[in-house]
Design a protein around this ligand. Sequence first.
Ligand code: PRT
Ligand code: ZN
Length: 297
Amino acid sequence: MSDSRLRLALQKSGRLSEGAFDLLAKCGLTISRAKDNLYGRARELPIDVLLVRDDDIPGLVDDGVCDLGIVGENVFEEHRLSSAAAPNGPASAVMKLGFARCRLMLAAPKAWAGDDVAAYEGKRIATSYPALTKAFLDSVGVSASIAEMSGSVEIAPKLRIAEAICDIVSTGATLEAHGLKPTQTVFTSEAILVRRPGEFAPEQAAAFNSLMVRVNGVIASRDAKYVMLNAPRSAVDAIIELLPGADSPTILELAGRPDVVAIHAVCGEQVFWSTLEKLKALGATAILVAPIEKMMP
Ligand code: PRT
Ligand code: ZN
């Protein structure tokens, strides 16, 4: 193991891996994987990749076996609440990555009347997230017992393992298929980048800073658009007001048309069709919305 390379833990396969590899690719990193598929290496920066189960990532980063990890906030927070203090202090979340969004939710059989959290009082709840579930129940003053399961939590009520569940929900189709209804959100999650406690060695710090600049650039450009349009000079203020997340747009003269200007702006947020319709209503013409591939402030 070399101290000069950064070790990054990623989920080997599952709902986080595609988003994580896609992010690295957009950061310009090509990861060559070893034959055993347990290890990879980036060509462009001194970064080694360890491919593991997502549940192992917080522990590997706490212990400093890996310097960085990409993991769901749900798994990270459950680990933080349930494990003994790491000797050098715990791993910390660096940033949200905007993919693998989901919610940990309490869900009950549809036959239960209403959606009130009080209905869970004295019940048995199956979950893979006992610490998060208990913290939520405590916060709302409900006392229930918890049946810990490592997977297929949605079948617990049918098998009479528990009366209700607390599980990850994305589209809600799994709950629906098992006759369950989501009632309360216990925790909202997305993929995050986490880092080990302590300082990085100088070469590692340099690689980390490079990676952060790239990741921030990818995230900033994800929704960003370059908007160009022509506008009546009299409507410039109203039009700029409408451009989502644009600061200081460029205003250009148009040859031979003193009453019209061209406005060019980087919009940091999504540009919807409804926004374009409003721009048009203010007199904007020749509206162009172009994607941005890379951004660096
Ligand atoms: O093998 P390994 O241990 O690495 O993977 P895993 O099977 O434990 O995890 P995986 O790949 O299923 O999920 C990894 C992470 O993705 C989770 O920790 C969440 O942060 C995030 N994520 C996002 C999800 C979902 N969406 C999701 N829908 N994790 C799980 N689900 C499951 C959920 O448990 C339920 O069974 O999908 C089902 C519900 O989906 P819907 O769309 O029917 O609501
Ligand atoms: Zn897992």
